[in-house]
Design a binder for this molecule. Structure first.
Ligand code: SOE
Length: 377
């Protein structure tokens, strides 16, 4: 019988559901030497927790994460809670000898991220940050093409991440509006993804200069008892200089009217270009200067061939995959790493490096000046 990896999940909402689905589906499509067991789910609201555990098949429940991380029958702790709780749960889990999988952004700030990295390294456990867009096959293909030199030297990395769920001033306050719960707003939520993709695809960022705004300063409280103050940014834009000379542009806003979850990357190099749009995640646009002439132009690669990353586990060419598959892919790599005792990426070091860029952009926006990123973590 294959070995089992016992998973304990903390958080039962959006990410809790996405990760649960991944742990269930992964063994149906990938040959794994170790099978995930959905051992325990943890949440604060008992009725929500019981319904969640029943729906996804979590065997037991806990209402305290401290109890969950201390359990002898848990190998891997999966953190799907609000940002303020990532560090304490991750550090306690690592100290208890558990492998740790943590939602993004890794922490409230770089100092917390460093504590998480140190705890995981000291305990010699596997650690991974759930930057799931690194495991979109089209993004992975972009990485292959860049590494093969197909677009030459990268000059520009432009990333927009647009959502519009805050356009309505009457939509009520949630934890994402509160810097004490999230560290930042659209910035930590959305620029975290694009900064991680920038590091993955292009390399380290050296300096940033940003601006941020809270467009609606007060919103109704969820229980209808009055208004609450919004402390987290609705939008944060910044420009960046990469270490190897490329220029970057990052835009994250929850006020992009009409755009729901529009993450677009444009990467221009000396020999070609790549365009990716999450709302068309099975496609990658590629332009090569080698094709210049009367037939020049961007070609649209439908990234569903068996030769494309992860696709051979799924469907025949042209049978597209979806957003949830990105979580299944990352869980597959995490489980393999746990089983083999190997590192898996993006790890807490990547989480820390990303957080240093996010912190610098926040500082820059607050002080209205360029801020450098430390050259070493
Ligand atoms: C909300 O803005 C959110 O769910 C993010 O938290 C996710 O990381 C992103 O993938 C989609 O939008």
């Amino acid at each position: 019988m294959s070995k089992e990896i016992n998973v304990g999940i903390v958080g039962t909402k959006f990410m809790g559901r996405a990760h649960s689905n991944a742990f269930i589906d992964v063994a149906h499509f990938f040959d794994l030497p170790a099978r995930p067991v959905l051992r325990a789910a943890c949440g604060r609201n008992v009725s929500d927790l019981e319904a969640f555990a029943k729906r996804f098949g979590w065997q037991t429940t806990e209402t305290s994460w401290e109890r969950l991380v201390a359990r002898d029958d848990i190998d891997l702790v999966d953190i799907c809670t609000s940002n303020v709780t990532h560090m304490p749960i991750a550090v306690a889990a690592a100290k208890a000898g558990k492998h740790v999988f943590c939602e993004k952004p890794i922490a409230m700030n770089a100092e917390e991220a460093r504590q998480m990295l140190d705890a995981a390294c000291e305990a010699n456990v596997r650690h991974m940050v759930a930057f799931n867009y690194r495991r979109v096959p089209a993004v992975m293909l972009a990485k292959q093409l860049i590494d093969e030199g197909k677009i030459g030297k990268v000059r520009h990395f432009n990333a927009v991440y647009y959502q519009d769920w805050l356009v309505d001033p009457n939509s009520h306050i949630v934890w994402r509006h509160d810097v004490k719960e999230g560290g930042s707003g659209a910035h930590g939520d959305m620029n975290a993804h694009t900064v991680d993709l920038a590091r993955y695809l292009v390399g380290e960022i050296e300096a940033v200069c940003g601006a941020k705004e809270i467009f609606v300063k007060e919103r109704p409280l969820a229980d209808g008892s009055g208004m609450g103050i919004v402390t987290a940014d609705d939008a944060l834009y910044f420009i960046a200089k990469f270490r190897d000379g490329a220029l970057g542009n990052f835009m994250a806003t929850r006020f992009a009217t009409g755009r729901k979850n529009y993450l677009r990357l444009e990467i221009f190099g000396s020999e070609g270009a790549l365009i990716f749009n999450l709302e068309r995640l099975n496609e990658l646009e590629y332009y090569s200067r080698a094709d210049e002439g009367k037939e020049q132009g961007f070609r649209n690669i439908v990234v569903t061939e068996e030769s494309h990353p992860f696709i051979s586990a799924w469907w025949p060419p042209g049978h597209i995959i979806g957003w949830e598959h990105t979580f299944i892919h990352e869980v597959r790599d995490l489980l393999l790493a746990v089983h083999r005792g190997e590192s898996v990426y993006p790890d807490f070091y990547d989480g820390l490096r990303c957080q240093q860029v996010l912190d610098a952009a926040l500082e820059s926006a607050a002080e209205e000046r360029w801020v450098e990123i430390p050259s070493e973590a």
